[in-house]
Ligand binder design. Structure first.
Ligand SMILES: *[C@@H]1O[C@H](CO)[C@@H](O)[C@H](O)[C@H]1NC(C)=O
Ligand SMILES: *[C@@H]1O[C@H](CO)[C@@H](O)[C@H](O)[C@H]1NC(C)=O
Ligand SMILES: [Zn+2]
Length: 586
């Protein structure tokens, strides 16, 4: 998972509140992020509420309705025998070797890298390709591999039925760099892939080599059982996801567009959230959307001169006032019934037994009562992080101006980072920022231009200038929301596969052991380049979040993946591929 323009962002970037909490725990996936962390404050006030409310306000059947556990039918025997194999100690050790070996090939990506062929730091990815070739021989003799922009990997496993739309599985080869000063804090070397009997240690063991190697291990295992797909499976593995995917996923998208065209995939699963316990219920929270992103640069220019004869306001003084204007006008945030975050809390209300009963009541009634919606919103927004996840945010993150104490600053600038609500847009945000500063621009007698449009009278005399712009040209719209309603077949297929994979590992059956809830990402993934290929995009990695009890951190020290969890990831991809293969609905 990554974040535009910022390096080594903790994966908790995807937490509600855009990366405030430092990830102390293991492969925290957005399960924790969207819901768990958002509701920690509620947990502290939790009463035992099991069933108390249900008698008076029955949960409407359509609130967070659940697809049933989905076990492959046509391929049931194969699924059963693979389940048995996956349960053996031998297979676990194989999986440990597969993932550990991948961790041992460092594939760090950095911000502002030069293109492939110029920046020599890309070259280490060929060692990773060599590793894949050697570790997954059947994949490489069966699937067709195209290398895109040298290091992007595009695999196609051709199905026999060309009328079926392929599924697309995405992951990224790169990892965030290991901060050299933190080496000593690692319990095991960051590129050791060391297995301590429980955990596989090292950078990328979670993000995202567990996804990439999970997919490869699954396909190698299916091939060993002579499985031949009806539906094609396409794999897209970028190599700079942690640096916005401009060389990797962006090139892969262009190649796929040429080969497959738009709307060419039944569904897409990329890295993202996992599952974890929330208020007495295990939830899996696939990300069905991503917030947008815009860094707004504010440039102020005014005449220089000697500091002994100053004007009332220098460029820096004016900039400071403009920035205060931002902070004095936080975004108004509302929980909209159409938003993914609303769906998330509906699922909590419908399925989490230990949610405080008053909140549960408000959420459930909010579906038809505006008063209840306001009440729920008020309670939920007491959690600043949850509120941040819902709305558009602003954070003044960079500032510069002035060169000398005896020289008036001719220039001063700052950058305000925005995460754009799934209910908003880049244009709405630009208009808001533009309007916000209009009055002060006039007050300071500054000519004003914003996002390429001049807002001052042409050639009118002015004391100085104010200019707003997209700081690096990396503005990103909020992602389209993937459908999750009752008849959204791909979401149901994903949900049913999650349930079957979860249950098979524990030798249990049924639909309620794990509840699937739509979630949202505040950070971004490689899927930002893949919107045109399908409406059904899910950011989901089948990893358990263990609430910090295990010593493994994404994007920080001591990243580690439990071997049992990694095998369960393989069960998940196996179930997903087999279900998709025989589905007549997607
Ligand atoms: C703005 O500044 C310019 C240049 O100093 C000056 O000519 C103009 O009269 C000022 N306008 C106002 C409204 O003060
Ligand atoms: C505003 O900033 C943009 C980006 O830095 C720049 O291209 C443009 O020329 C500037 N416009 C004015 C009027 O200064
Ligand atoms: Zn990632």
């Amino acid at each position: 998972m990554s974040d535009p323009k910022e390096k080594a962002q903790p994966a908790t970037e995807l937490l509600p509140g855009a990366g405030y909490p430092k990830p102390k725990s293991k492969c925290k996936s957005i399960a924790v992020k969207t819901v768990l962390v958002a509701f920690v404050f509620l947990a502290s006030t939790a009463f035992s509420a099991r069933g108390a409310f249900r008698e008076f306000h029955p949960v409407k059947a359509n609130v967070c309705s659940q697809a049933g556990e989905l076990i492959p039918e046509k391929n049931e025997a194969l699924w059963e025998s693979l389940s048995k194999i996956y349960g053996t100690e031998d297979f676990k050790m194989r999986a440990v070797d597969w993932l550990g070996g991948a961790v041992r090939v460092p594939t760090e990506s950095y911000d502002k890298m030069e293109p492939v062929g110029i920046d020599p730091r890309w070259e280490k990815f060929s060692a990773f390709h060599d590793y894949l070739l050697q570790a997954f021989p059947k994949v490489h003799t069966t699937l067709e591999l195209t290398k895109v922009n040298t290091y992007g990997l595009l695999y196609e496993w051709k199905g026999s039925d060309t009328y079926l739309q392929p599924i697309l599985l995405a992951a990224h080869q790169d990892v965030v760099p290991v901060e050299p000063t933190t080496y000593s804090q690692w319990q095991h070397e960051p590129f050791s892939g060391y297995f301590d009997g429980e955990l596989i240690w090292g950078r990328g063991s979670c993000d995202d080599k567990s996804g990439l190697i999970g997919i490869m291990s699954t396909i190698e295992s299916l091939l060993e059982q002579d499985f031949k797909p009806s539906r094609s499976v396409v794999l897209a593995f970028g190599f700079d996801e942690e640096a916005s995917g401009i060389y990797g996923a962006q090139s892969l998208a262009a190649a796929m567009l040429e080969r497959y065209g738009t709307d060419s995939f039944a569904m897409l699963v990329d890295e993202g959230s996992g599952y974890g316990d929330q208020y007495g219920q295990v939830f899996a929270t696939p990300g069905i959307g991503e917030k947008g992103y815009l860094d707004v640069r504010i440039d102020v220019a005014s005449p220089g001169g000697h500091s002994s004869l100053p004007p009332p306001h220098t460029s820096i003084g004016m900039l400071a006032q403009l920035l205060v204007e931002f902070e004095q006008n936080p975004f108004e945030v509302h929980l909209s019934r159409d938003s993914p975050t609303y769906k998330t809390v509906q699922c909590l209300a419908a399925h989490a037994p230990d949610l405080p009963p008053s909140l549960k009541k408000e959420i459930l009634e909010s579906e038809y009562s505006d008063r209840a919606l306001s009440a729920a919103e008020k309670t939920l927004f007491e959690n600043r992080k949850f509120k941040s996840l819902v709305g558009t945010t602003q954070a003044i993150d960079l500032i510069q101006g002035g060169v000398k104490t005896n020289a008036l600053p001719e220039q001063a600038w700052a950058v305000v980072n925005h995460r754009i609500s799934t209910e908003s847009s880049i244009d709405e945000l630009k208009n808001r920022d533009t309007d916000l500063l209009q009055y002060l621009a006039g007050d300071f007698n500054l000519s004003y231009s914003a996002f390429g449009v001049s807002l001052s009278e042409a050639n009118a005399p002015a004391y100085g200038s104010l200019n707003l712009s997209d700081a690096w040209g990396t503005g990103l719209k909020p992602a389209p929301i993937s459908p999750t309603d009752g008849d959204a077949a791909p979401y149901n297929l994903l949900s049913g596969s999650i349930k079957a994979a979860y249950n098979s590992h524990r030798n249990i059956g049924g639909n309620d052991n794990i509840v699937v809830s739509p979630g949202i990402m505040s950070g971004n993934t490689d899927t930002r380049y893949y919107w045109d290929f399908t409406n059904h995009i899910f950011r989901y990695g089948h990893s358990r979040s263990v609430g910090g009890s295990l010593p493994s951190g994404v994007h920080t020290v001591n990243e580690a993946m439990s071997a049992d969890n990694f095998v369960e990831i393989i069960r998940f991809f196996t179930t997903l591929i087999l279900n998709a293969d025989e589905s007549k609905l997607i």
